[in-house]
Design a protein around this ligand. Sequence first.
Ligand code: NAP
Ligand code: G4F
Length: 327
Amino acid sequence: MPRALITGITGQDGLYLAELLVAKGYDVFGMIRGQNNPKMDLVRNAVPEVELIAGDLSDVSGLTRVLRAAEPDEVYNLGAISYVAYSWENASLTTDITGKGVLHMLEATRLYAGDEPASVKFYQASSSEMFGKVQEVPQSESTLLWPRSPYGVAKVFGHYMTINYRESYGMHASSGILFNHESPRRGPEFVTRKVTQAVARIKLGLQSELVLGNLDAKRDWGFAGDYVDAMWRMLQQPEADDYVIATGETHSIRELLDVAFETVGIVDWAPYVRQDPRFMRPAEVDLLIGDPSKAKAVLGWKPQVAFSELIQMMVENDLDEQSALVR
Ligand code: NAP
Ligand code: G4F
């Protein structure tokens, strides 16, 4: 059986990827941080087959121990401080975990692989946030990077370090430049889930108002379940490489509000939504739209879930979750 190690196992992508790999017959190991991580039961309930190993991306000696314990054929580095707004207030911590943490994982993997650097395949979770002040539309693997947040800068460091380890040591290290992907497992701090949770609560009479920041920002939103499949496909290639994973469609926050409110039968959302500068960012990524042609041609990957279907799925899930809470 192939063996895989996933960092960020408690996150949205970690859970979907673990489910995918277990279904494919892998032995899956998940790295979990902290003494008594409150999300441990979430992982155990969702994917009981996963073996959890304690470790933190800031501790390279601990990571070498994790690699020796898991003995992986494939390493998926999904762990990060991933909330962009938080990264301005915690720029140094974000740099340490989201940036330098990648170097730590690469180095621990290189040491573990020893004389056969390409024998362990490595996936780095790069981000469309690296395109920031976009230099061309749509964005592809060759678009100039111009990050606009401490998170984006940290991801650029991790991205280039992954390429550097591939070129310097011959590691099979690939980087997936993933555009926004969402699901019912998305954290409630991100805009899609914040909206779908609030819409469900408004429909159920549990909340009267939704307070947001920039309604004109645009994102290329896909379904997380589709995107973890692309990660796996990258590591099955004979040669490591970098791939943009996106739908190729962009939508504004206003369109997100249209679909979410329409799902519960509300056509005019204006009376429920208020803008507050508290949720505006010091610098914004205004127009993200990815060109996934390379992933389509080489990996045979394409997104399966459309934007409106995704948002409807999230609203339906939140209606069930919120109803269960008040029952
Ligand atoms: P997420 O839900 O925020 O999960 C982040 C994971 O990182 C959590 O498991 C978290 O563990 C872990 N983590 C945080 N600090 C850590 C540390 N010091 N040591 C070890 N693990 C740590 O993120 P996601 O949406 O699943 O995204 C997965 C990866 O893809 C991230 O690297 C993200 O930056 C990147 N990405 C995401 C998207 C997207 O749209 N979702 C797009 C492009 C790239 P705790 O639960 O213990 O905090
Ligand atoms: O949902 P968001 O917080 O996601 P963001 O910043 O695009 O980052 C996510 O996707 C990245 C890929 O490009 C990942 F790398 C990253 O880890 C994360 O998963 O915000 C999306 C947009 C922004 O333009 C923001 O200004 O929504 C706008 N927005 C408007 N009001 C809001 C809000 N975002 C949040 N979180 N909360 C609001 O109230």
